[in-house]
Design a protein around this ligand. Structure first.
Ligand code: ADP
Ligand code: MG
Length: 235
């Protein structure tokens, strides 16, 4: 069965979607059958960032019961498979834990890794996802506001019986308010990985590509690939 991870954060804009896509492509590059699900209902943008041509159903259609799992899986870059969300606000409907569990059950035998990109914070949808899956990655930025929000989601993840398998400190730069040690001290969690600030991430997405394929040797690409290698047991 697949290892399933929710990609979470306290607030928006920390790099969840960037991580889901680039880690997903990196795992696929190691020959692992990998799926990214865009489960951020309100801000679905995985398909948009990768220029996916959404001709069939979406995550939203599955949730509202009008599409089957076969109709919502798309071919992404580098062998990554993607379940995109709908970009139309009118398609937003609530989901529950059982629906997510059923979706994962239907997919579990077909993949080695499933990464769920989620909405930030402690909303109802993220609560359902954290209940439905066992593992999560927490994405934080080296700023006090991000760390404070991360402390809340950390407790929330715990409450839902989910386990944090990695803390990724993203957008690390020389000018940071806080370093890794400071973040670990406040969060009371080890930072497992640091992903540097890298302007190539945005440049790559402007060309509808993940940075790990656009510039495989960039600092952030190396970070994403090393996380994938460790997950897959290759380091
Ligand atoms: P989230 O999904 O958590 O809201 P995104 O992945 O969409 O966050 O990232 C938010 C913005 O930050 C995007 O414009 C993205 O290109 C940028 N970004 C994310 N990580 C980095 C990084 N390591 N270096 C530079 N820009 C980044
Ligand atoms: Mg996002």
């Amino acid at each position: 069965p697949a290892e399933v991870y929710a990609i979470t954060s306290g607030k928006g804009g920390t790099g969840k979607t960037t991580t889901a896509i680039n880690l997903g492509v990196s795992l696929a590059g190691l020959g692992k059958r990998t799926l990214v699900i865009d489960a951020d209902m309100g801000m679905a943008n995985v398909g948009l960032l990768l220029g996916l041509d959404i001709t069939d159903g979406t995550f939203h259609d599955y949730i509202s019961g009008v599409a089957d799992v076969e109709d919502i899986i798309y071919e992404g870059p580098g062998g990554l498979k993607i379940i995109p969300g709908s970009i139309f606000l009118e398609n937003i409907s609530e989901f529950d834990t059982d629906t997510i569990r059923r979706l994962i059950e239907e997919l579990s035998s077909k993949f080695d890794y499933i990464l769920l990109d989620t909405a930030p914070g402690i909303g109802k949808e993220t609560a359902c996802i954290l209940e439905a899956v066992n593992n999560s990655f927490l994405i934080v930025n080296p700023e006090i506001s991000s760390i404070v929000d991360s402390m809340k989601i950390k407790i929330f993840i715990d409450m839902k019986g989910n386990k944090i398998r990695g803390v990724f400190l993203n957008r690390v730069a020389d000018s940071d308010e806080m370093n890794k040690e400071k973040v670990e001290e406040i969060l009371e969690l080890p930072v497992t990985d640091e992903i540097p600030e890298d302007p190539l991430i945005k440049k790559a997405f402007a060309q509808r590509m993940p940075v790990v394929l656009h510039t495989p040797g960039s600092d952030s690409s190396i970070a994403f690939k090393s996380i994938a290698a460790r997950m897959a047991g290759y380091d």
